[in-house]
Design a binder for this molecule. Structure first.
Ligand code: AVI
Length: 337
């Protein structure tokens, strides 16, 4: 672990390194499987992250606006729920724009704040820390450049006192239900104080047409985001995908409660990937399943949180009840003896 420190900003660089060949291994395994898949975490190279920022501004992608509305309306109330000063730990902070609403409310309530973002991207952490520190004099930032689990373990040693863990954007929805429970159980284990809480954004089940439009917008930005996965394979692994020969598809599977994204081969074709020494055959209409985005019914939320060792304490919704922000506490503190 390396620690870089300047006034009010500490960056923890953990020993974790994305194995250089993780992408290569996962691409090879996913494209040789039947049906073909690619893990959605590989969307976020530089181009993919820019496209995701553009998605968040789209008229069809209501999630970001709905969650921002909830925070704009309820951040003060949320901050006031804490009797003692809390440290704010954020999972996957990215550009931390929505977080700013909560940071402001916490600063009003407790005067000083320790903000501890965890993000795999060191440059995103540094950029957002710089902007926040310029805006708020009473803020201290300790960032961990690491995957969530590793970052949480490191921050446990740095952060004393009550903690509020923030996980926005319905990113939990990109996990399979079992994986979501197992990751949230790790978060619950890490929260060892009675005042510690989790605040988690979860998108809600709704009309199929609204969901499918949110993941297949009129300007084709989400299509470009999905196709960028093939572009990334071309750039980094010597792939020879012709992006015009694949189409973006988003469908809501109501039974499983998830929007699925696929890349559909427009024709029978064989695509070499030079650095993997592979040639991948596609039938016309065959798909690569690239993402699941789970949507939750109200009754699912306490169940999922309960399985992970949390009790749902408060829920906040936007005015159109499209999205939920859920405050939960570790179950071991729910029924004090
Ligand atoms: C990051 N994640 C919560 C987004 C979602 O809605 O599942 C990723 C995304 N995929 C397509 N559009 C946005």
């Amino acid at each position: 672990m390396t620690t870089l420190s300047t006034a009010r900003f500490t960056l923890i660089e953990t020993e974790f390194q994305v194995a250089l060949d993780t992408f290569a291994h996962e691409v090879a395994a996913g494209l040789c499987a039947a049906p073909k898949t690619l893990p959605c975490r590989h969307f976020y190279d530089r181009r993919g992250s820019e496209l995701f920022e553009a998605i968040c501004q789209l008229p069809e992608y209501y999630l970001t606006r709905a969650e921002s509305e909830i925070l704009a309306v309820h951040a003060t109330e949320i901050a006031a729920l804490f009797d003692e000063p809390v440290a704010l730990i954020e999972l996957g902070s990215g550009s931390a724009v929505k977080t700013q609403l909560l940071i402001e409310a916490l600063l009003e309530h407790q005067r000083e704040l320790l903000f501890a973002p965890i993000d795999i991207s060191q440059s995103a952490l540094e950029e957002s820390a710089r902007e926040l520190l310029d805006c708020y004099e009473e803020l201290e930032v300790i960032g961990a450049a690491a995957p969530y689990e590793v970052g949480l373990a490191h921050l446990q040693r740095e952060v004393a006192g009550p903690q509020l863990v923030l996980w926005l954007g319905s990113s939990v929805g990109n996990f399979e239900p079992d994986a979501a429970v197992s990751f949230l159980s790790e978060v619950a284990d890490a929260l060892d104080g009675e005042a510690d809480r989790l605040l988690i954004g979860m998108d809600l089940h709704k009309d199929r047409a609204v969901l499918e439009r949110a993941y297949d917008d009129a300007q084709g930005i989400t299509a470009a985001f999905n196709l960028n996965l093939l572009g990334r394979i071309n750039r980094e692994l010597g792939g020879r995908f012709d992006l015009n020969r694949f189409a973006h598809r988003a469908v809501y599977d109501e039974e499983r409660g998830r929007v699925e994204m696929h890349l559909v081969s427009r024709a029978a074709q064989t695509v070499p990937i030079d650095e993997l020494d592979l040639e991948i055959d596609f039938a016309e209409g065959e798909t690569i399943h690239s993402e699941n985005s789970h949507k939750y019914r109200l009754e699912d939320i306490p169940n999922l949180l309960g399985e992970a060792g949390f009790e749902l304490e408060r829920q906040f919704f936007d005015s159109k009840r499209r999205f939920s922000l859920n405050l939960a506490r570790p179950l071991r503190y729910s029924n004090p003896l």
